[in-house]
Design a protein around this ligand. Structure first.
Ligand code: ARG
Length: 401
């Protein structure tokens, strides 16, 4: 029987050429797998037809937008995940959901190998292959760009020679990856890290020439998940989409960073994540009133570690799963409303309310009705400073000897 390979297929030039390229190099049949994670653009049907037109024996397409929003974006939100304090893990969280579908397709079509279009320099190859190893340990991996010398120039020549139904002339100097959680842009002019991004780089966010009026929005959460916007019920996917639109129009969520890749390279990325950044900001502010202090402090550390694991391709790892359980436990009371103003590239919270809040007006107030007994503070401070005071006494004694 002819060997079969499932290929993570985007519909673009490189993976379209990869279908025939892999076929010629290995003699295997190629099954194209296209997963909709909210990247927009062409319909799945158009992509399916192109895959078949480029020589795929089968095409597997999946609308995974809700799955991605519910099972990947929401855990990222609950973790307030920002890799290196900046990056909301846009590409990093899409790889595991694509991996799930690749493995499913491999089983359905009897494939022995999984292929993807990543280079040998980035994080995504690691995320794909570590995911495949974990969910389908019997499956082999191949990356035509990395393993079969499929360069850009060769791809264009191949497409023209074979008359593949794909445009080869459209030149985009950037490498772009996008989904409903955000958009990542790298390479080209941006590789000089002193160069400021030009306007044409952005797509999810506007640079308003005439800034629109400030947009005030109320986001309601239930156990850490957005459930309504301005009182209208939404699914997680709808919440992200709606805030991509409204926060995007105000230029919220633009990120320009040099980040540490897993392979040891520092690289410049421009991200746009208006919905994700507005949601994370709102969610964090709701946590500030609903999560107890020590739990909140520890959760910040857990969220950071979670972000590193996910960035590093460890989505399916035991530690990531354990941290998920901790984070999930902290979300029990993260319910209520956050009001924020979207304007001038910022999402600024200006009101919060919750039935499960720990904010106690009577304890906090400086007005009449204060229930806090200030006389307790003196003794508390005395004991709180005791160990430092004892140590400093020792330091003075030793210095004087
Ligand atoms: N550096 C980011 C990451 O590793 C984004 C990579 C996405 N790819 C791209 N072609 N921009 O998660």
């Amino acid at each position: 029987m002819t060997e079969r390979i499932v290929l993570a297929y985007s519909g673009g030039l490189d993976t379209s050429v990869a279908i025939g390229w892999i076929g010629e190099a290995t003699g295997a049949e190629v099954i194209a797998v296209a997963v909709d994670v909210g990247q927009g653009g062409e319909s799945l049907e158009t992509i399916r037809q192109r895959a078949l037109g480029c020589g795929a024996v089968e095409a597997y397409v999946a609308d995974a937008r809700d799955e991605f929003a519910n099972e990947y974006a929401m855990p990222t939100l609950k973790a307030n995940a920002l890799y290196q304090g900046h990056y909301p893990l846009v590409s990093a969280i899409s790889r595991p959901v694509i991996v799930k579908h690749l493995v499913k397709a491999a089983r359905e079509f009897g494939a022995t190998t999984v292929a993807h279009g990543c280079t040998g320099k980035g994080n995504d190859q690691v995320r794909f292959e570590v995911g495949i190893q974990t969910l389908g340990p019997d499956l082999k991996c191949i990356a035509p760009v990395r393993d079969l010398a499929l360069t850009r120039d060769k791809a264009i020549a191949f497409a023209e020679e074979k008359g593949l139904p794909i445009e080869t002339t459209k030149k985009n100097p950037y490498s772009i990856d996008q989904n409903v959680w955000g958009r990542a842009v790298e390479t080209g002019y941006l590789e000089d890290i002193w160069n400021a991004p030009t306007k044409d780089i952005y797509d999810y966010t506007a640079t308003p020439e005439f800034p629109p009026a400030p947009d005030e929005v109320t986001i309601s959460f239930q156990a850490g998940v957005p459930v309504a916007i301005d009182g209208v019920k939404v699914t997680p996917l709808q919440a992200i989409q709606e805030l991509n639109r409204r926060a995007g129009a105000q230029g919220v969520g633009r990120i320009d960073v040099v980040e540490d890749r897993l392979v040891g390279i520092k690289s410049r990325e421009i991200y746009e994540a208006p919905g994700a950044m507005a949601l994370i900001t709102a969610h964090k502010h709701l946590e500030d009133i609903t999560i107890e202090r020590e739990q909140a402090r520890f959760k910040a550390t857990v969220g950071q570690r979670w972000s590193e694991l996910v960035y590093d391709g460890q989505w399916f790892s035991p530690l990531k799963r354990s941290l998920d359980a901790f984070i999930e436990d902290t979300q029990q009371y993260v319910s209520g409303d956050i009001r924020m103003v979207l304007h001038g590239g910022q999402a600024v919270v200006n009101g919060r309310r919750s039935e499960t809040s720990l904010y106690d007006f009577d304890l906090a107030t400086y007005d009449t009705g204060d229930t806090f007994d200030q006389s307790m503070a003196r003794g508390f401070i005395e004991l709180w400073g005791m160990s430092s005071k004892v140590a400093s006494g020792r330091d003075l004694r030793v210095a004087g000897e």
